[in-house]
Write a protein that binds this ligand. Structure first.
Ligand SMILES: Cc1ncc(COP(=O)(O)O)c(C=O)c1O
Length: 432
């Protein structure tokens, strides 16, 4: 235990560091982490927390994984980075080859990017460049659904939910796109004809100015932790085909098994024109993302004035990240991940549903390795965050949502402890 060190770190953190979605002048009190291993985060003061967040969906194999560590160390001895313009290397080539093989049929080319938001920027740029090449530069809008989240850079932000995404704050500086109501809530709720009316109407009226539809498949993450029926995604694909509009599917949160399928698109049996991957692609070890596309998009961009995709980040194809991503795929594909996620789903369903009828709870929903308790009012973060730490778990709610997406390696007992800690904390919340 080192409480002096903890306080010193907190003081310096508050003085110099700006945290996500936080004030710089009134900084939050964050918990310093000393190390992490398996499913545990170890705080500087010695406390061990069971991780319920996989560090924002990414660390699917837990922390300090021997195979991923070894891949990083080996790669470090060869090269940690080389530029990707004019040079290439085995880690990136192997990763791209494997992503093409694993993702839905038709996605044949991979553009490596350095974060999820950048992969969304690249996807949007691909779509715009495609239509400019086709002589249809008036197709300069995107269509999306409310409650979406696609990242924090400007184009990504412009397709986030208009309310959660703070569009009013950036009005005038952010592109304005078309929004229709979010898909109805419920993975198992059958799709009804009226669920598609707004989408059909918007596409019918505006298709000549729309380049692409962008959507998170099956699970809307940071925009509301909402699950929807795969038939909706299938209908989106069909409508895009009908109106000759590109479909961008953002699998950054859902990819690599989280929903029970390797990619959430598989629930609907569709292949998008463009797909974004990130987060768990490197097992959460380091920042890496990818934008995949099909031959239609490639041919379109080939025929543009530039003849090339106008994008190329400095750290594109970082060998260290690619080597770890390959190791992460090895670990995932060698495991019985599908069965394990089905088991995690059952435990979370049984454990979290015990609060479903409480006054303060609006809904409990579970899909794959994602468990969500939606409350009736937003949580008080200053109270709830230390309450979880006191109970020995790491859970980071937002708004009305207390949710978990633990590492796939979590044991039954650890997941039960995690769920019961959440249940205890939720029980203590009052509506007043
Ligand atoms: C669906 C989705 N798209 C894009 C992003 C942005 O990714 P990043 O934070 O790596 O930029 C996120 C991050 O939470 C996400 O959940």
């Amino acid at each position: 235990m080192n409480n002096n060190n903890t306080q010193d770190l907190i003081n310096r953190d508050q003085q110099y560091v700006w945290h996500p979605y936080a004030s710089a002048s009134q900084p939050p009190v964050c918990f310093p982490v000393a190390r992490a291993s398996g499913v545990h985060l170890e705080l500087e003061d010695g406390r061990q927390l069971i991780d319920g967040m996989s560090s924002w969906w990414a660390c699917i194999h837990g922390y300090n994984h021997p195979t991923l560590n070894e891949a990083a160390k080996n790669q470090l001895d060869n090269m940690s980075h080389v530029m990707f313009g004019g040079l290439t290397h085995a880690p990136a080539i192997t990763l791209c080859e494997r992503l093409v093989a694993l993702t839905p049929v038709g996605l044949n080319k991979v553009f490596l990017a350095d974060s999820g938001s950048v992969s969304v920027e690249v996807a949007i740029k691909m779509a715009f460049q495609y239509w400019i090449a086709k002589g249809q530069s008036q197709r300069n809008r995107l269509l999306t659904v409310k409650n979406g989240y696609h990242g924090d850079t400007f184009s990504a932000m412009s397709v986030c939910d208009p309310i959660n995404g703070m569009h009013h704050m950036f009005k005038g500086v952010m592109a304005e796109h078309l929004f229709v109501d979010a898909p109805p809530l419920g993975f198992n709720r059958p799709l009804q004809a009226e669920d598609l009316l707004a989408l059909e109407h918007a596409l019918g009226e505006h298709h000549q100015t729309i380049s692409a539809v962008i959507i998170e498949p099956i699970v809307q993450g940071a925009g509301g932790m909402r699950f929807y029926n795969p038939a909706y995604l299938k209908a989106v694909r069909d409508l895009c085909d009908q109106y000759d509009i590109l479909l961008i599917v953002d699998e950054i949160a859902t990819g690599f098994g989280r929903t029970g399928k390797l990619f959430a698109c598989e629930h609907a049996g569709i292949s998008p024109d463009i797909m974004c991957l990130g987060k768990a692609i490197s097992g959460g070890y380091m920042t890496l993302a990818a934008t995949l596309c099909n031959d239609k998009v490639i041919e379109g961009i080939d025929s543009s004035e530039a003849g090339v995709l106008m994008h190329g980040p400095t750290f594109m194809g970082n060998p260290l990240a690619c080597a770890v991503a390959n190791a992460s795929l090895d670990v995932l594909l060698a495991s019985n991940w599908q069965q394990r996620i089905a088991e995690l789903e059952i435990i979370m369903t049984n454990e979290l549903n015990v609060v479903a009828s409480l006054n303060q709870v609006n809904d409990v929903r579970v899909l794959g390795a994602i468990g969500v308790i939606e409350l009736k009012k937003p949580v008080d973060m200053k109270q709830i965050q230390p309450a979880f730490v006191e109970k020995g778990v790491w859970v980071r709610p937002f708004g009305k949502l207390v949710y978990i997406m633990p590492p796939f390696i979590i044991t039954d007992d650890q997941l039960t402890i995690l769920c019961r800690a959440i249940v205890d904390v939720v029980r203590e919340i009052t509506l007043a």
